[in-house]
Ligand binder design. Structure first.
Ligand SMILES: [Zn+2]
Length: 311
């Protein structure tokens, strides 16, 4: 059997990542992650790397949780490193789109913010230009411009980056621009939540025999308000999912991963890494960890035996 998540349907649209990113402080000292000026972009399909994306993101989440607990410099450096690795592999989350009820924020006057957002906004509504500024702190006035026409609006960018000409919401033109940035703490909050959800799930999974009723694990966690789909025909008819962001894509892949009938998303008992197991008898991420753990156990047993013989 393959160690693959069974994703129902296909992913309709590609996501974009840049070849290099950097950390940069805005004028108020908030730490952002942003594409490097000279970086090039490439497209990929997140569904094709579903297993890697979920495992890599849970690593960021685990490290974030550790940092939230003891707030030391060393833990923060680990989060920074893992987040950078993640973003270089998969791109930025697209929280500008995932945090609103608006389908396409470009051209709307007022932004309706979802309650469970990771961008620290308590207000329910926000002015759209102010909202855009949160995600484009390093853009100069000429870098991104909104052009208003009689019946439409366009986003004009002073760079060569993907445009979808109405095939996708214009906000995607902004997310895939080099001027689009996200704060590290937003990414950490979302990743930390997912990792918390997963550790709760593992607790319940291990106590399955004792549960008599449905338990909702961390109720209200997922607010994927804008998942759309089309029905496509190739050799057979299939669902083609349309996501508003990489964040929603990750939530969806996670939901499929932890409910899959053939594989188990697991956490190695020896090294703590995430991996995909084929049954709950598999306790380690690979033969190396299984061997190391066995050696450790037999050493422990020997020590216990020799301790006993002292008496
Ligand atoms: Zn391991």
């Amino acid at each position: 059997m393959e160690r693959k998540i069974c994703l129902i349907g296909g992913f309709a649209t590609d996501w974009i990542k840049y070849s290099d990113y950097e950390y940069k402080n805005d004028s108020e000292g908030n730490l952002y992650i942003t594409p490097m000026q000279e970086a090039g972009f490439s497209m990929y399909n997140p569904f094709n790397v579903a297993e890697d994306i979920i495992i890599d993101f849970l690593k960021v989440g685990n490290a974030s949780k550790k940092y939230f607990k003891n707030k030391n410099e060393e833990a923060f450096e680990i989060v920074k490193k893992l987040t950078m690795l993640f973003v270089k592999k998969y791109g930025i989350l697209g929280l500008i789109s995932a945090s609103t009820f608006n389908q396409n924020i470009i051209g709307d006057n007022e932004i309706l913010i979802i309650e469970k957002n990771y961008i620290n906004i308590k207000e329910k509504t926000m002015n759209s230009l102010e909202y855009m500024k949160l995600f484009t702190p390093f853009a100069l006035p000429d870098d991104i411009q909104l052009k208003y026409y009689k019946n439409s609006i366009d986003l004009v960018k002073a760079e060569d980056s993907p445009k979808f000409y109405g095939k996708r919401p214009i906000v995607m033109d902004l997310i895939f621009s080099k001027f689009y940035s996200e704060r590290l703490e937003w990414v950490m909050k979302f990743a930390g939540m997912l990792s918390e959800h997963f550790s709760q799930l593992l607790v319940y999974r291990d106590s399955t025999g004792h549960l008599t009723d449905d338990v909702t694990i961390l109720a209200d966690t997922f607010k994927a308000n804008k998942i759309g789909f089309t029905i496509n025909q190739l050799d057979k008819t299939y669902i083609s999912w349309e996501f508003d962001s990489l964040k929603t894509t990750i939530e969806t892949i996670y939901a499929f991963a932890v409910t899959d009938k053939n594989i188990l998303l697991s956490c190695c008992e020896h090294c703590g890494d995430f991996y995909i197991a084929l049954s709950n008898r598999e306790k380690y991420c690979g033969p190396a960890c299984r061997n190391r753990s066995n050696v450790q156990k037999s050493r422990l047993r020997k020590r216990e035996l020799s301790d006993e013989s002292l008496f």
